[in-house]
Design a protein around this ligand. Structure first.
Ligand SMILES: *Cc1c(COP(=O)(O)O)cnc(C)c1O
Length: 356
């Protein structure tokens, strides 16, 4: 984050000053400009800025008509926000296993979770990869289910059906500081080509209001503020180049690690939010990297069906074997645009030395 600030200091400072001196901090022209630019970048006609990726999921679900009595299928191998949004919309999250290769939902894992109450499916583009969405989108179309993309990790990613965020009925993005496109605080957005859904998200994010002090339904305080919008406008101009640099780093890792551990599946369209390898020796590798001072992270050590917060759903160990194995075997290596070639080599050396 500090490296990104250093690289863009002049552009960002100018944007921050522009908003500070404008006196327009909530809604207004800066946000509208960002929404236009984001919609153009992602593809669908409408983009609506909200407070966070979590709220983007929640407001999108409500805008798609999901509520009490409905079931929404959510992969068990994701960040908990994906399921929380379903609960806060008043619906029931039904968890599904992930494909062992892509770690995303597949038609096969989705099919096992379908019931007559299924109303919607949330496809998470985990680690920035859209792999598997084509089949899932087709199945949703056949069954008349609403497809919501959790594209929090996938801004700029491409699939055969188009960019992440342009495939489902709606999509949620997060601008949390570690994401590929990041605010200086919390932020999120919903994209959709459905004008009514866009209108409903706009209303919900601002106390359900239409015009001033005219409230059509109970809503939320979930607006994206003008400071964040201005920061995001600056950074959006660099996103394609940043994602290209991530792709380059991923390519070098995969070349170096082939045969040693399970590298991420080939996906030329990935946004490479994470570069996540899988190995049964994960904990020993983590210990080795820690000793050498090489950064890593585990996304995620515990699938949703084994989280205390969701124990009321009644799942147990063994229910989703692919996710449980992934939770034991995944390890994410450093990948961000400002990583230098030398640092990439250090990471590679660190991993290779473990296997020697
Ligand atoms: C980051 C993230 C979210 C939540 O976004 P916030 O902006 O932190 O609320 C939701 N889903 C996934 C997959 C994420 O990675």
């Amino acid at each position: 984050m500090r490296r990104q600030w250093k690289a863009l200091e002049r552009e960002l400072a100018e944007a921050l000053l522009r908003v500070a001196s404008s006196g327009r901090y909530i809604l207004g022209p800066e946000l509208e400009a960002f929404e236009r630019e984001l919609a153009q970048f992602v593809g669908p006609e409408h983009a609506v800025g909200v407070n966070s990726g979590t709220d983007a999921l929640l407001l999108a679900l409500k805008a798609l008509g999901v509520g009490p009595g409905d079931e929404v299928i959510v992969p068990t191998f994701t960040f908990i926000a994906t399921a929380e949004a379903v609960i806060h919309a008043g619906a029931k999250p039904v968890l599904a296993d992930v494909d062992p290769e892509t770690l995303n939902l597949s038609t096969e894992t989705l099919q096992r979770a379908l019931t007559p109450k299924t109303k919607a499916v949330i496809f998470v583009h985990l680690y920035g990869s859209t792999l598997g969405i084509e089949g899932v989108a087709e199945l949703c179309r056949d069954k008349g289910l609403a497809l919501l993309e959790d594209a929090a990790q996938a801004i700029g990613a491409r699939s055969k059906l188009g960019k992440a965020g342009s495939i489902g009925r709606a999509a949620a993005f997060s601008f949390y500081p570690t994401k590929n496109l990041s605010a200086m605080g919390d932020g999120g957005a919903v994209t959709t080509s459905d004008p009514e859904a866009a209108e409903r998200v706009r209303r919900l994010r601002d106390h359900g209001s239409q015009g001033k002090y005219n409230h059509l339904e109970p809503g939320y305080n979930s607006r994206l503020d003008a400071v964040q919008a201005a920061v995001l406008r600056v950074k959006l101009r660099h996103l394609e180049a940043w994602n290209a640099r991530r792709r380059e780093i991923a390519r070098r890792y995969t070349e170096a690690f082939r045969g040693l551990l399970r590298t991420p599946p080939d996906d030329p369209g990935s946004a490479w939010h994470q570069y996540t390898v899988q190995t049964p020796q994960r904990d020993a590798l983590a210990e080795h990297l820690k000793k050498r001072g090489i950064g890593f992270a585990i996304h995620y050590p515990r699938p949703l069906h084994l989280q205390l917060a969701l124990s009321f759903l009644g799942y147990k160990e063994g229910d989703f074997p692919n996710a449980e194995r992934a939770a034991r075997e995944v390890l994410s290596l450093p990948i961000f645009p400002e990583l230098t070639d030398g640092e990439v080599e250090e990471v590679i050396e660190g991993v290779l030395s473990f296997f020697k």
